[in-house]
Design a protein around this ligand. Structure first.
Ligand code: AHR
Length: 358
């Protein structure tokens, strides 16, 4: 039988009662948090136009913009959907020739691939950075070569002067929305902040996606007096998330924690694998995830995951259309964030049919 999210936290809280002497078994489902806002200014035109119908960024005027695309790798379902969205849109029929760079999870490889794009004469470079570190020299080289750089997916913090615009996710906003959801859940169910003992599976350390989501959680912990019991990276991958969770579970008791905060769906799948392997039912815990793959959204429907802070991977067409506008001389607002919200039991029926991936 499907266990509702409410039943789940009541069960967890009541279980905690025996361990720490608290009583909290309320009712009601929390409202989802408000949608994000963009701090981007409105678009304006710089008035410059290009040498061909494709605009100024089609430097050789052949009607096709050669785009070097620096992708992180293929660590997650999100990444698979994201890569496909670029491959689908960046085609000659839309005015693009996509050169795909797969960094395979390696920072140095990704920077070398961007340098290759520069030396091979890419007309535009799109960077979806693995981490935030060490980019300035590479970005300077692109600038010196006169190649426009677009930053997508994870924002390169503090380096705005080197790219034309950022389009992607507000990762700190995602963390804040997940915290707001948990605060609402606690209030709606008459829980105590002292009930909140978190196992925190972090994404790839140093990436904007990990840093923003972790900062959001840590601010929530600070504000509300929650406890982070354990914190370990699972590098955004299912197998590493499973291994991290298994190691953590070998050093804690089932009643020591009430919340699993996994910084993407794949690590949460791994954490659930590890929990079930030792006889724990994830439905007895509050499980919070990020992204919104179809199977994870189905798990919300099934009461296994309680909330997912959405992260939209389908950036290809939007980034491509912005490049075309910028190439025609339009100043693109930056940063521009995807519109994302939290998926929980209150909106899962609307979200499931439109979820990405499998
Ligand atoms: O940058 C987006 C993050 O990277 C997604 O949350 C994760 O699944 C991916 O690997």
């Amino acid at each position: 039988m499907k266990t509702t999210t409410l039943t789940k936290i009541m069960a967890a809280a009541c279980a905690m009662t025996f361990a720490v002497g608290l009583t909290a078994c309320g009712s009601d489902t929390p409202a989802p948090p408000p949608p994000p806002s963009s701090d981007a200014p409105p678009a304006t035109s710089t008035g410059n136009t290009g040498s061909s119908a494709m605009g100024a960024w089609d430097k050789n005027g052949d009607g096709i913009i050669v785009v070097g695309f620096a992708q992180t790798g293929s660590e997650s379902g999100w990444r698979t959907a994201n890569t496909q969205s670029f491959k689908d849109y960046f085609i000659p029929a839309n005015g693009f020739d996509l050169k795909f760079g797969d960094a395979n999870g390696d920072d140095a490889t990704q920077k070398a691939q961007v340098r290759d794009f520069i030396s091979q004469g890419a007309e535009v470079i799109v960077i979806q950075p693995l981490s935030n570190d060490g980019w300035e020299p590479v970005l300077k080289e692109a600038k010196d070569a006169g190649i426009p750089v677009i930053n997508s997916d994870r924002r390169l913090q503090g380096l705005d002067q080197y790219y034309e615009f950022f389009f992607g996710s507000d990762m700190r906003g995602e963390g804040d929305r997940a915290v707001a959801w948990l605060e609402g859940y606690i209030a709606a169910n008459n829980l105590s902040n002292s009930d909140i003992k978190i196992i925190h599976l972090q994404g790839q350390m140093g990436s904007d996606a990990q840093a923003g989501r972790t900062e959001g959680l840590e601010a929530g912990v600070q504000k509300n007096g929650w406890t982070i019991l354990k914190q370990q990276t699972g590098e955004f991958a299912r197998d590493k998330g499973q291994a991290a969770m298994a190691a953590i579970l070998s050093s804690v008791q089932p009643t020591d924690f009430t919340v699993v905060w996994g910084e993407n769906d794949d690590m949460v799948y791994g954490a659930i694998d590890a929990m079930t392997a030792v006889g724990l039912d994830p439905k007895d815990y509050i499980v919070i995830s990020f992204d919104g793959n179809k199977s994870a959204v189905q798990m919300v429907k099934d009461g296994i995951i309680d909330a997912i802070a959405e992260c939209n991977p389908l950036l290809g067409e939007q980034v491509g259309k912005l490049i075309l506008r910028a190439s025609q001389g339009e100043k693109i607002p930056s940063p521009t964030f995807s519109q994302e919200e939290v998926i929980d039991s209150t909106n899962v029926d609307a979200k499931l049919p439109i979820a990405f991936g499998s």
